[in-house]
Design a protein around this ligand. Structure first.
Ligand code: SAM
Length: 422
């Protein structure tokens, strides 16, 4: 590992108001509102990063692509892009969000699909064919309508239309289930009155159709409809993207043991048959609570200091955090490998606290990136408008929760944008 000459004191960086976007009212322009996704990017950040740092026509990459915010913005700016995510639900959302379609054809398909609702008969539904875990999350009446919707959508021949409706269905699943509404944790709420799947589907689909039209028209007017965008199912530690091929990386890694992306997307995962066995499915997600690596050695002195401090208070947590730092070191090396010389890496990342130990993920990752060869360009500190991020942690479990929880504690009031150059 290369020796570092200087470490920036992140605590004392002033908040840069020009990156806070305090007056942003909607985050749903273009196709950004298609699907909920925990910790998704504020599109304005990506837009500003592209405008300031993606100055040529080379590829924009996001190796933790999530629901595809970077890729949607890249296309709007006429830039080719590539995204990688380990989560097949994310891959599908991002694919749909980046493919604008002709509205008239889409509307026709929508009308045909809605017409089939009249033929719905509960007794015809083939329940045996779906994962048994769905019985835990859905009441019978909603489950049957969802299975019916899934079957009808699956009959659509053209992939883009089929995927569009699948994403609409995926987005309404939580509201139609017994999943505790305000929680990202998988938790049942027996008292919840779920939405009717047919009504919820039509309502959300109409919104998506409108957003698709705006996205299509914008891309069409600028001649950007055919700008390439590839979304791969893969691992950020080994993206299989060619050496020195990417002009800029704009990404936001998973937070350390906060969101269990595998678990959060299980309704879609089970229904679309992406998941058979949840523990197996979780295996390669970074930042997971279910880490099985027992190694507490980490790659840099400051990551080690944090892990050692945490180890004295909570051994299991210390192992999870060590695992995260080790994974992120591999990610740093991969970023360096795929970037062209002089290309930029822009990473949005926040710090957090467990058991009163400050987990300085931003500083640590910055230090790792320098150690793998990157040069420092800029570190921006921004404050996060409270409404845009569920920034509440349960003091006991350390997981994200809601303010109603009496154990709740505010975290991530600020985050950093690390900008480095290869
Ligand atoms: C903070 S989210 C990214 C959100 C994204 N910026 C957006 O706007 O939707 C982190 C993402 O990392 C993904 N992820 C977790 N482990 C991964 C891995 N090993 N390789 C690639 N992606 C991974 C998760 O599935 C999640 O989508």
């Amino acid at each position: 590992m290369q020796q570092l000459t200087q470490i920036i004191d992140f605590e004392h960086i002033e908040v840069d108001e020009s990156w806070c976007f305090k007056n942003v009212r909607s985050t749903e322009q273009w196709t950004h509102g298609y699907h909920r996704y925990p910790a998704k990017f504020l599109p304005n950040i990506v837009k500003k990063l592209i405008e300031e740092y993606a100055t040529d026509d080379s590829i924009v990459a996001d190796i933790f692509a999530g629901c595809g915010t970077t890729l949607v913005e890249a296309k709007i700016h006429g830039k080719p892009s590539i995204g990688v995510d380990i989560n097949p639900v994310a891959q599908l959302i991002a694919q749909v969000k980046t493919r604008a379609m002709l509205s008239d054809r889409l509307l026709l398909e929508y009308d045909k699909l809605v017409d089939t609702f009249e033929s719905f008969k509960e007794s015809d539904v083939q329940e045996a064919d779906v994962h048994e875990r769905l019985d835990y999350w859905f009441r019978k009446e909603e489950k049957n309508k969802i299975i019916f919707l899934h079957e009808e959508i699956s009959k659509i021949k053209e992939t883009d239309f089929r995927n569009f409706f699948l994403i609409c269905l995926s987005n309404i699943l939580k509201n139609c289930s017994q999943w505790l509404q305000s929680s990202t944790k998988p938790q049942i709420d027996k008292l919840k009155e779920p939405n009717d799947p047919f009504d919820a589907f039509q309502k959300h689909c109409k919104k998506m159709i409108k957003q698709n039209r705006n996205y299509y028209e914008e891309l069409f007017e600028n001649g950007f409809l055919d700008i390439p965008c590839e979304i791969r199912l893969g691992d950020a530690r080994n993206t299989k993207i060619a050496d020195n091929s990417v002009g800029i990386i704009i990404t936001s890694p998973p937070y350390v043991t906060s969101y269990e992306y595998a678990d959060i997307h299980q309704l879609t995962g089970f229904l679309f048959k992406y998941i058979d066995n949840l523990p197996e499915f979780r295996k390669d997600f970074i930042g997971t609570f279910y880490s099985n690596n027992q190694d507490t050695n980490t790659p840099t002195p400051s990551s080690q200091k944090i892990v050692d401090e945490l180890f004295a208070r909570d051994e299991k947590k210390a192992r999870e955090v060590a695992n995260y730092f080790n994974d992120m070191y591999e990610v740093g090396k991969e970023m360096y490998r795929i970037l062209k010389p002089n290309g930029h890496a822009c990473i949005v990342i926040g710090n957090t606290t467990f058991k009163d130990v400050k987990i300085k993920s931003a500083e640590i990752f910055f230090e790792m990136l320098l150690s793998v060869g990157f040069r420092e360009e800029k570190v921006i500190k921004r404050s996060i408008p409270y409404k845009l991020i569920p920034a509440i942690r349960d003091k006991k479990t350390g997981k994200f929760t809601t303010l109603d929880n009496k154990n709740s504690k505010l975290v991530y009031p600020e985050e950093y944008i690390l900008i480095l150059k290869k």
